[in-house]
Write a protein that binds this ligand. Structure first.
Ligand code: NDP
Length: 347
């Protein structure tokens, strides 16, 4: 596939991960059509990038039937690659089906159906942003004997995942990804694209545009922001699981369609496992302005906590396919926190 002027459609272009992807695509010479939920959001993004190779379409709600039809009817013939990144990533709901499961599944279904209807002859590659949540349930992720690999599947059912918002979010990623692989199998004769999925662990790292932090923060970055904003003596929830830097997640989205060997693969993005205690230790060690002011927990206890509370990860296959080194946890946390502090100091 030639880079020059190939057009890539990016759903949910206004999100934390997608902004990095759009930036990497534009830097690599691709034309990008992004989707955002409103004219206002789209105009804001166009202004920020100020790049003639970027245009935007409105897709207001991916939960709605045929949500992507209008955009693909209009632009489908230009598109060679589709990166489906949009999906709800929040936990503040009690209607788990309506707010998490249905939008994730319907969004995947409707973007694939829109390709089939309007761009079956032109779209060659589809990359779906799935998650480690499709590989392992929250219970498995805490099971020290469980090894997450590219072959794993979250075992929760549609019903069992609705025990709480976190497992429902994980279920939403599993059922959305499954929808995509099933669609591929059922539509072999009427489409020509190959499918890859990106399955990242917790994604940390700096925002592409620091000032987006002024309008709130995405869910995974909030895990680190909470620690940066904690007070000495505060208790904190010790999150644990696989992690990856957003800059690596973005790079992997491009390789997923550029490298023919990634076709048909699930790319499990994990540099290592982490816990919040380890992030706190780094914040206390690296930022003199935070030391003595933020929570400390039990310094140095991260590795033993992980040994008792976290799954293992084996993503050799993905690392080999991608062939680049991932950001280390310390660098990722330092870069995340530096940006947060910079923005907070400006206020
Ligand atoms: P963000 O919340 O920053 O981005 C999500 C994007 O999806 C936003 O553009 C959002 O638009 C859009 N979106 C959500 N719901 C709808 C809807 N109903 N209709 C239309 N658009 C919608 O999260 P991330 O960047 O972190 O996540 C991006 C993808 O990566 C998701 O698929 C997520 O599941 C996956 N992922 C994220 C991980 C993480 O740790 N961050 C880990 C593993 C996977 P708006 O903001 O306008 O609502």
């Amino acid at each position: 596939m030639t880079t020059d002027k190939t057009t890539v459609f990016v759903s949910g272009a206004t999100g934390f991960i997608a902004l990095h992807v759009v930036d990497d695509l534009l830097r690599a010479g691709y034309k990008v059509i992004g989707s955002g939920r409103s004219q206002e959001k789209n105009d804001g993004l166009l202004k920020k990038f100020n790049n003639p190779n970027l245009s935007m379409e409105i897709v207001e709600d991916i939960a709605a039937p045929n949500a992507f039809d209008k955009a693909f009817e209009k632009r489908g013939k230009e598109i060679r690659v589709v990166l489906h990144i949009a999906s709800p990533v929040h936990f503040n709901t009690t209607d788990l089906e309506k707010d998490l499961l249905i939008p994730a599944v319907n969004g995947t279904k409707s973007i694939l159906e829109a390709i089939k209807k309007y761009a079956a002859d032109t779209v060659e590659k589809v990359v779906i942003t799935s998650s480690v949540a499709a590989l392992a349930s929250p219970v498995d992720m805490k099971d020290t004997s469980f090894v997450v690999t590219e072959e794993s599947w979250n075992k929760d059912t549609w019903e069992s995942c609705q025990a709480n918002a976190i497992s429902a979010y994980c279920g939403s990623k599993k059922f959305a990804e499954k929808t995509a692989w099933d669609f591929l199998k059922e539509n072999q004769s009427s489409i020509k694209f190959t499918l890859s999925t990106i399955n990242p662990g917790f994604v940390f790292g700096p925002q592409l545009f620091a000032d987006t932090l002024r309008n709130g923060i995405n869910s995974s970055s909030a895990v680190i922001a909470e620690l940066v904003r904690s007070k000495l003596g505060d208790k904190f929830y010790n999150y644990s699981g696989p992690f990856i830097d957003v800059r690596d997640v973005s790079k992997a989205h491009l390789l997923a369609f550029e490298n023919p060997e990634c076709a048909g693969q699930r790319l499990f993005l994990c540099e290592d496992v982490f816990c919040s205690q380890e992030a706190l230790d780094i914040l206390n060690e690296e930022f003199p302005q935070l030391k003595g002011k933020i929570a400390t927990g039990n310094p140095g206890s991260g590795p033993s906590f992980l040994k008792k509370n976290c799954c293992k990860c084996d993503n050799c296959k993905t690392k080999k396919l991608l062939g680049f080194e991932f950001y280390k946890f310390r660098d990722c946390i330092v870069d995340t926190a530096s940006q947060l502090l910079e923005v907070e100091n400006e206020n």
